[in-house]
Design a protein around this ligand. Structure first.
Ligand SMILES: Cc1cc2nc3c(=O)[nH]c(=O)nc-3n(C[C@H](O)[C@H](O)[C@H](O)COP(=O)(O)OP(=O)(O)OC[C@H]3O[C@@H](n4cnc5c(N)ncnc54)[C@H](O)[C@@H]3O)c2cc1C
Length: 494
C-alpha cells in the first residue's frame, strides 16, 4: 500500500508567529523548513549580550500568561519546562510631572489607589474590569481565534450578541472619560491601548480587555529575560522536528498558474507544497510576490494606520539606580501632543513620553553585579526619516529626565550604549515604514479588515504576524501563527 506523501511546508520568519506556525504544522506531521534572514530566532524579540549585560531588544512586557501557557499545554509542555515566570509586584510605576502612581499587582490595592485619588472611581473601575473580563474571555478565546477570512464566521447569534457586549463599535476613550476625570487615572487606564498603536479615541472599547490583562492578570517576567520565551519556542520547534535555516533571506515566492511551487534563496529554488510567510506582510506582498499575485495595492498600504516605530537605547550603567522599578512610564509631558506627533502630524516629538525598563531590578543575571540594565523606548511615527541630530537630542532629553528623577549622575556611568531606530527596523526585519508594532488596532483595521491570513490570489500561500489578524503583541502574534497554520492544514486536508 502506498503511504501518503509527507507534505513539505516552508515558513518564512523565525519571529514568534513563524515559530508558533512551524510548531503547529510540524505537530501535524508535515515536514517544516523555516527560513530566517537573521542569524538567530526571535525576530523583534531578539537579544544581544555586551560587556556582561544581556539586552532584550524588543518586547519587555509579558502579559496574558494564560495564552502562552495554553499554547505550550497544547503540545504537552508547560512554560515551566523552559523558564521560571515571576509576577512583578508592583506591576509598574507612572511618573507624572510632579508625582507618581505605583500600580500594585493586587487589585484590591489598585481599587484603594483609585478611590484615594478620585472618590467613586473604584466603583467604576470594578464595573469596567468586570466588562473587560467578558471582553477578554470572548475576545481572546473566540474572536481572535477565528481566521477572520469572512464576516460569516461571526454570523453566529451568540457571537453577534457578544460583538455588542464587547463594545466593538464604541470608542475606548468615551467608555472611560465619562467616568474618570483625574488625568493621572485616565492615563493609567489609557496606556495599555497605546500598546495597540492608536489614540484611545480611535480604539474600539473592545480593547479594554487590555486593562483586564494589565490590572487583573498582571505583568510577568521570565527569569533570564524575555528571550527565554523565544528560546522555549525554538526548543519546542526543534523537538517537533522543524528544520531551521538561518542567514536565509527568502528572495522570491515561486508561483505557477496561481499556485505556490516553492521559494528562492540565494538564487536557488526550493520546492514546497505550501508557504506560510510570517515575515512582515507588506514585505512579503511587495517584494517576494510578482505583481499579478499581490492582493493589496500601494494605495491600500499607504492608507493603513500604523502603530509607532521607536527610538530605543540599550544602556549598561556601571552603578545601581534609585527610584526606578522594573517598568517605568515617564508621562511627564503632554500625552495628546506626543500622540499627535505619532498619528496625526508625523514629526520628531519635542517633549515625548517615554518608557524605561530596568530588568536588573528583578533579575541579577542581566547585568554585572552592582550595575543596571536600562532600556529606554521613545515611540515615534512610523515612516519618519532617521536623524542623528534628533536621536542625540532625545537621548539627552531622556538621560536628563532620568538624572532628575533618580537624583543621580548617569551620563558618565554609561558603559554600554547601543541604539535602534526607524531605519534599523527596516534593515533588521524588513519592517514596513520601520514600524515596531504593526498596524494600529482601529475598528477599520480589526478582524476581517486586517490583511488576510490566506491569500485570495495564490493557492497554498498563507500569512501570519503582527500586520495580519489578530494583530500586534506577543500573545496575538502567537495566535496568528497558530490559526494560519491550522487554516493551511484544514485546506490541505491534513
Ligand atoms: C521595541 C518593541 C517593543 C515591544 N514590546 C512588546 C511588549 O512589551 N509586549 C508584547 O507583547 N509585544 C511587544 N512588542 C510587539 C511584539 O514584539 C511583536 O508584535 C511580535 O514580536 C511580532 O512578531 P512577528 O512574528 O509578527 O514578527 P517579527 O518578530 O518581526 O518576525 C518576522 C521575522 O521574519 C524575518 N524576515 C523578514 N523578511 C524575511 C525574508 N525575506 N526571509 C526570511 N526571513 C525574513 C525577520 O527577520 C523576522 O525575524 C514590541 C515590539 C517592539 C519592536
Amino acid at each position: 500500500m502506498l503511504m501518503p506523501e509527507t507534505k513539505k511546508i516552508a515558513v518564512i520568519g523565525a519571529g514568534i508567529s513563524g515559530m508558533a506556525a512551524a510548531i503547529q504544522l510540524a505537530d501535524s506531521g508535515t515536514e517544516v523548513s523555516l527560513f530566517e534572514k537573521n542569524t538567530s530566532f526571535g525576530g523583534r524579540g531578539q537579544a544581544f549580550q555586551k560587556e556582561g549585560f544581556f539586552f532584550d531588544m524588543g518586547p519587555s512586557w509579558y502579559w496574558m500568561p494564560d495564552v502562552f501557557e495554553d499554547f505550550f499545554n497544547e503540545f504537552g509542555r508547560k512554560t515551566s519546562d523552559y523558564f521560571d515566570l515571576v509576577r512583578l509586584d508592583p506591576s509598574y510605576q507612572i511618573l507624572y510631572k510632579n508625582d507618581r502612581l505605583v500600580v500594585p499587582s493586587n487589585i484590591e490595592e489598585t481599587y484603594k489607589l483609585f478611590e484615594s485619588i478620585e472618590p467613586g472611581s473604584a466603583v467604576f473601575l470594578k464595573k469596567f474590569l468586570h466588562q473587560a473580563k467578558l471582553k477578554y474571555e470572548t475576545g481572546m478565546k473566540e474572536f481572535v481565534r477565528k481566521p477572520s477570512l469572512s464576516w460569516f464566521e461571526y454570523f453566529d447569534l451568540r457571537l453577534l450578541k457578544a460583538a455588542f457586549q464587547i463594545e466593538l463599535f464604541k470608542s475606548f476613550e468615551k467608555s472611560i472619560f465619562n467616568h474618570i476625570k483625574d488625568y493621572r487615572l485616565r492615563q493609567l487606564v489609557c496606556f495599555p491601548v497605546l500598546f495597540l498603536g492608536a489614540k484611545p479615541a480611535d480604539t474600539p472599547a473592545l480593547y479594554s480587555l487590555m486593562n483586564y490583562a494589565d490590572l487583573i492578570l498582571g505583568s510577568w517576567y521570565p527569569m533570564g529575560g524575555m528571550h527565554k520565551l523565544f528560546e522555549a519556542l525554538y526548543h519546542l520547534a526543534l523537538e517537533k522536528g522543524v528544520n531551521f535555516h538561518f542567514n536565509s533571506s527568502v528572495e522570491k515566492i515561486n508561483i505557477v498558474n496561481g499556485k505556490v511551487t516553492g521559494l528562492q534563496i540565494k538564487n536557488q529554488s526550493h520546492t514546497f507544497d505550501a508557504i506560510l510567510s510570517a515575515a512582515d506582510y507588506h514585505h512579503t506582498e511587495t517584494v517576494l510576490i510578482d505583481p499579478p499575485y499581490r492582493q493589496y495595492s500601494n494605495a491600500y498600504w499607504e492608507s493603513r494606520k500604523l502603530s509607532p516605530s521607536a527610538l530605543i537605547f540599550y544602556l549598561g550603567i556601571s552603578k545601581k539606580l534609585d527610584s526606578l522599578l522594573h517598568h517605568n512610564l515617564f508621562f511627564k509631558s503632554d500625552f495628546n501632543q506626543h500622540a499627535e506627533s505619532i498619528y496625526d502630524y508625523p514629526a520628531w516629538p519635542e517633549d515625548p513620553l517615554f518608557y524605561v525598563c530596568v530588568p536588573s531590578k528583578t533579575d541579577a543575571s542581566v547585568a554585572p553585579a552592582g550595575m543596571e540594565n536600562v532600556f529606554i523606548l521613545i515611540p515615534l511615527a512610523a515612516g519618519l526619516q532617521d536623524s542623528k541630530k534628533e536621536q542625540d537630542r532625545l537621548f539627552t532629553f531622556a538621560i536628563d529626565h532620568l538624572e532628575k528623577h533618580t537624583g543621580q549622575s548617569i551620563l558618565e556611568h554609561i558603559v554600554v550604549n547601543e541604539q535602534m531606530s526607524i531605519s534599523d527596523f527596516y534593515s533588521a526585519y524588513h519592517s514596513f515604514k520601520g514600524n515596531a508594532y504593526g498596524l494600529s488596532n482601529t475598528l477599520m483595521q480589526t478582524a476581517v479588515f486586517k490583511p488576510r491570513i490566506r491569500s485570495k490570489k495564490v493557492k497554498g500561500l498563507y500569512f501570519a504576524g503582527q500586520l495580519s489578524h489578530p494583530g500586534p503583541g506577543l500573545p496575538p502574534c502567537l495566535i496568528s501563527g497558530q490559526i494560519s497554520a491550522i487554516q493551511l492544514l484544514k485546506d490541505m486536508n491534513l
